[in-house]
Design a protein around this ligand. Structure first.
Ligand SMILES: *Cc1c(COP(=O)(O)O)cnc(C)c1O
Length: 385
């Protein structure tokens, strides 16, 4: 059963900054992860996907947020099935959590059956070679998933290989838990490619029924797939981003709550004179006497150099423009327009989260929120509160 964890009181943003300011001041960048909002998003998913297994995807260290800590939250919510990216991630999770099912999206080129058995891991078969070499001899047949390529041209067997006559006996005997596929355009509900992919997977399910006499379960949806509606839920859904509040549907408002905020702090302020320049390459020239704040974050923290001279941050909820090039672990912003009383050294600086959504921040960086969190997660202090 999935449990509803009682939410603790929601902190205001002022309280949060007060609570964590000393942590923020000890690190270049601090990622605050709001557990209440993550649980809100999980409950939102539970409500829509009532009769479908929800198996969170925790690959790439739970999208940079810390796989162990994030998985612990999911397990406390009653979730039991998880997808990881590779065998080493799977083992790390298994060593911490005994009573969950772990599915490996990508086991590499060949399977290490000893490891799979030792750690009770379920692999996904991603190509014809892996299927051909799949062993049938052992008494306890190893469970697996088979990935059918329905349009990504990335991983998975194409239908021709899957249905080739040499595989019939093998498929008949195998312990196949799920037939899975992955949608290419799920974030756009108007795209007809979604239906095409769904039908292709269902066709393979029917083919397998002819061979095995039973319906093997299927799965096609990531977070965005869930937003395409019930038809796409099938027997199991694999959301990752939705838990974290990333908008699953590009044409629609985001019903999920924001989970992650990235902060740094003001390290120094200074008065800079007219016609002087800021930073490497002297790329920004001041046209008047200005007040500048040096903030303790740079490209080594995942704060991309692409934002040099174009991006902005928020200090006490007011926007401040980035001036000059972003350095490795420092950046400079213009605070000339700030009231003296509204800004001081040590104040927290928001990169994204409250005043700017992570999706909007990603757009400014010419990318998607997924890439942003994977990067900033790696190089920031992470606090789950
Ligand atoms: C990463 C991944 C998911 C999760 O995708 P989200 O968009 O984060 O929900 C699901 N299925 C597969 C095969 C994946 O690689």
């Amino acid at each position: 059963m999935r449990k509803n964890i009682l939410m603790k009181r929601d902190y205001t943003s002022k309280e949060i900054k007060k609570l964590f300011i000393s942590e923020i001041q000890r690190h270049n960048s601090t990622l605050l992860i709001n557990k209440n909002n993550l649980i809100f998003n999980a409950n939102y998913l539970f409500k829509i996907c009532k009769n479908t297994v929800i198996a969170p995807v925790i690959k790439s260290d739970a999208y940079g947020l810390g796989a162990i800590e994030i998985t612990k939250i999911y397990i406390n919510l009653g979730l039991k099935n998880f997808f990881v990216g590779n065998t080493s991630e799977a083992i790390k999770i298994r060593k911490k959590f005994k009573n969950i099912n772990i599915f490996i999206l990508n086991c590499g080129m060949i399977f290490d059956f000893n490891l799979l058995k030792k750690y009770k891991l379920t692999p996904v078969i991603n190509n014809i070679n892996q299927l051909t070499n799949w062993p049938l001899s052992s008494k306890n047949k190893i469970p697996c998933m088979i990935h059918i390529d329905t349009g990504m041209n990335r991983l998975g067997l194409n239908s021709k290989d899957f249905m080739s006559s040499e595989n019939k006996t093998k498929l008949k005997k195998m312990n196949i838990k799920y037939l899975i596929s992955h949608l290419a355009c799920a974030d756009d509900e108007k795209n007809s490619f979604n239906t095409i992919q769904l039908l292709k997977l269902k066709k393979m399910q029917i083919y397998l029924k002819h061979i095995k006499g039973i319906n093997i379960k299927t799965s096609i949806s990531n977070s965005s797939g869930i937003w395409l509606g019930k038809k796409y839920f099938l027997d199991l859904v694999r959301p990752g981003a939705a838990f974290l509040g990333i908008n699953p549907s590009i044409n629609n408002p985001n019903p999920l709550k924001n989970v992650i905020c990235l902060y740094t702090y003001i390290l120094q302020t200074r008065i800079a004179y007219k016609n002087t320049t800021v930073g490497y390459g002297a790329s920004y020239k001041l046209h008047k006497k200005s007040k500048l704040a040096t903030i303790s974050i740079g490209y080594s923290n995942g704060f991309s150099r692409l934002l040099s001279n174009v991006g902005s941050v928020f200090i006490n909820d007011k926007e401040a423009k980035i001036v000059g090039k972003i350095s490795m672990d420092l950046s400079v912003v213009d605070i000339t327009d700030f009231k003296e009383s509204n800004i001081k050294v040590g104040d927290p600086v928001e990169i994204f989260g409250e005043n700017r959504s992570i999706d909007d921040f990603a757009t400014l960086n010419n990318t998607i929120a997924y890439e942003i969190i994977c990067q900033v997660g790696k190089y920031s202090k992470k606090i789950i509160y």
